[in-house]
Design a protein around this ligand. Structure first.
Ligand code: ADP
Length: 616
């Protein structure tokens, strides 16, 4: 073969490190190399098939699309050939020589440190091709792009520091990858073994895969079959094939919709774990879009509302024109209808799961809840249904257990009118919130909202089943039990003491009141009626806004020993120095509990003064 322009390229530093990781330490299953190569070949053929719909001039037009694997048991060599889209010179340098996604290297390093098996995940990072260096010391790619005036190229690399590219004569479009197996993995040079691996990982590839003369894969559009006609194992295998996940899916759903303006079939999955970049970037994959069995998009985010974009699988419709651009597909009215129908089906699926497979539903909720819940603020059509699917921890349930509004409402006492909640960062912290004392004592259930996203969604639910939903750290909450009324509000001494509190803290708080809600704590801070709602304040801070510290109302427990002592001291000497010191200290202690204390130094110094006095 005649060659021209042989050129050597150095890998970037980051790429070198990645290669080292892959070759020396990342994998425990070298067999995944085959899955990655087959998956790349399938992608290339999907691209070709799509392109062919609109381009008459394409090279080898009309040729059957297939993958061919050839092994030589004596030479210990293997090649895999596809007649897909092929690669240009730029493709070879850009796509093969670089890491596509930022953060990949860091992530893989961390996996290595934590001794996790990243080999199973490799395909999710866009560096799958390199897994071939686990089984060989040198790889050759020969490729020609499907453009009619393209040229052929040969890429060779030993996966260490550089690769070379030279021009070659290649008649047919597509890509051939060839290599010789390393000493310790030569058992791969065996048709029987390769066949088994293909069956395990690539049985559902869209195109026939031949090893020698035999076709080895199923090539089935599983999503076109009814649920009853597909075995669980087949579904799980299909899921793994589509997602590169190594675990079975948490749940799966066959969908078949006709009429109502949308016509499609789908096979959808909820993964067990969130993919590495689900919450962090928009790079995670969602569903593949097919029209009449031809894949037109490998990741069609427009088919799902954002809050459901953890769903994986395949959607196949006959409603979309095949031979138009992706942009047109994305904006077509058919898409809007499919999206609405799909959303409805997914919500029904979750509803069924929450009723019949509670454990599964909770696994889903703990994994994808933070994303899922944002649907409340964006999907107003399904809002009521989404509210039913919300789950929270609660003061009357075990830590880690979750409950719904519906179950909460069913447990409410006949005298209780409102649904109560409290937001916080952790169960530990929230359990110690003084505002909870009254509710604990009277056995009134309070929902614990522990996820940051909760503060974005709860303020938008003013009531559930006609019962007002209220934060228990608000000033105007009504506590009307006998006990609450019992407190000696009109006691003159208490009143004067409260006046002293007010005078002392007049610049810091909106008001001081005798508390009805405290049992064990001396004081607490609640949201003032004029000040910004505490949830909103947190929300603004989370969004990076400067929030002026809203003034709180301080509530004082006049039955508390410290407060009683203060009252006694006040009676003896109204201008006692200790009084003001203790009042400020009480105020700042409450701030400290809420994570809002400004000066720890002042706080500690004052505490020392008080201790000095007490130990005198
Ligand atoms: P990923 O497939 O996840 O993008 P890979 O490292 O496996 O990551 O492949 C990198 C890129 O190289 C692919 O995105 C594709 O552009 C190109 N490529 C790999 N194999 C082939 C092939 N057989 N035919 C055409 N292009 C290929």
């Amino acid at each position: 073969m005649e060659t021209r322009n042989a050129q050597t390229f150095e890998y970037k530093a980051e790429m070198k490190q990645l290669l080292q990781l892959i070759i020396h330490s990342l994998y425990t299953h070298p067999e995944v190399f085959l899955r990655e190569l087959v998956s790349n070949a399938s992608d290339a053929m999907n691209k070709l098939r799509y392109r062919q719909l609109t381009d008459d001039t394409i090279l080898d037009r009309g040729k059957d699309l297939e993958i061919r694997i050839v092994v030589d048991q004596t030479e210990k060599t293997m090649s895999i050939t596809d007649n897909g889209i092929g690669m240009t010179r730029e493709d070879l340098t850009e796509n093969i020589g670089t890491i596509a996604r930022s953060g990949t290297l860091e992530f893989l390093k961390k996996m290595k440190e934590e001794k996790k098996d990243a080999g199973d995940l490799i395909g999710q990072f866009g560096v799958g091709f390199y897994s071939v260096f686990m089984v060989t010391d040198q790889v050759t790619i020969e490729t020609r792009h499907a453009d009619k005036d393209s040229r052929g190229y040969r890429w060779v690399s030993s996966g260490e520091s550089n690769f070379t590219i030279e021009e070659i004569t290649k008649e047919e479009r597509g890509t051939k990858i060839s290599f010789k197996f390393k000493e310790n993995v030569q058992d791969f040079a065996d048709e029987h073994k390769l066949r088994q691996i293909i069956k395990k990982y690539s049985n559902f590839a869209d195109f026939p895969i031949f090893i020698g003369k035999d076709k080895v894969n199923a090539v089935e559009a599983l999503w076109r079959k009814g649920e009853a006609d597909v075995k669980d194992e087949e579904r799980a295998e299909f899921y793994k094939f589509v997602t590169n996940d190594y675990e079975d899916p948490l749940s799966s759903l066959h969908v078949s919709v006709e009429g109502s303006g949308a016509e499609f079939k789908a096979l959808l999955f909820i993964p067990r774990k969130a993919s590495f970049d689900l919450m962090r970037t928009k790079q995670h994959k969602t569903v593949q879009l097919y029209t009449n069995k031809i894949m037109i998009m490998d990741d069609c985010k427009d088919l799902l509302p954002e809050y459901l974009q953890f769903i994986r699988g395949v959607v196949d419709t006959s409603d979309l024109p095949l031979n138009v651009s992706r942009e047109v597909v994305q904006t077509s009215p058919a898409m809007t209808k499919i999206k609405a129908a799909l959303t409805g089906k997914i919500i029904q699926w979750l509803q069924r799961m929450s009723n019949k497979e509670t454990e599964k539903f909770l696994t889903f909720y703990k994994t994808f809840g933070p994303l899922f819940k944002t649907g409340l603020n964006s999907d107003f059509t399904n809002r009521e249904k989404l509210i039913e699917l919300l789950r929270f921890e609660s003061s009357t349930q075990k830590a880690g257990d979750l409950t719904s509004f519906k179950d909460y409402a069913a447990r409410m006492k006949s005298t209780q009118k409102d649904i109560y909640y409290l937001t916080g960062d952790s169960r530990e912290q929230i359990e110690h919130n003084p505002n909870l004392e009254y509710f604990k004592k009277h056995d009134i259930e309070v929902l614990f909202l522990l996820e940051p996203v909760d503060v974005f969604i709860i303020p938008s639910i003013p009531e559930y089943d006609k019962k007002p939903v209220k934060a228990i750290d608000k000033g105007d909450i009504e506590l009307d039990s006998a006990e609450a009324k019992d407190k000696k509000e009109d006691d003159d001494l208490s009143k004067s003491l409260v006046t002293l509190f007010k005078d002392t803290l007049k610049d810091q708080v909106e008001d001081v009141k005798i508390s009805k809600r405290l049992v064990d704590s001396a004081v607490t801070l609640v949201t003032g009626n004029e000040g910004m709602d505490r949830q909103t304040e947190r929300m603004m801070k989370m969004m990076g806004h400067e929030v002026p510290a809203g003034k709180r109302i301080m509530e004082v427990n006049i039955d508390h020993p410290v407060v009683k002592n203060l009252a006694r001291r006040y009676l003896a000497n109204a201008s006692d120095d200790m009084l003001k010191k203790c009042i400020v200290q009480l105020y700042e202690s409450a701030q400290l509990m809420d994570g809002e204390l400004n000066s720890r130094a002042d706080y500690v110094k004052r505490m020392m003064d008080i201790m000095a006095e007490a130990t005198k």
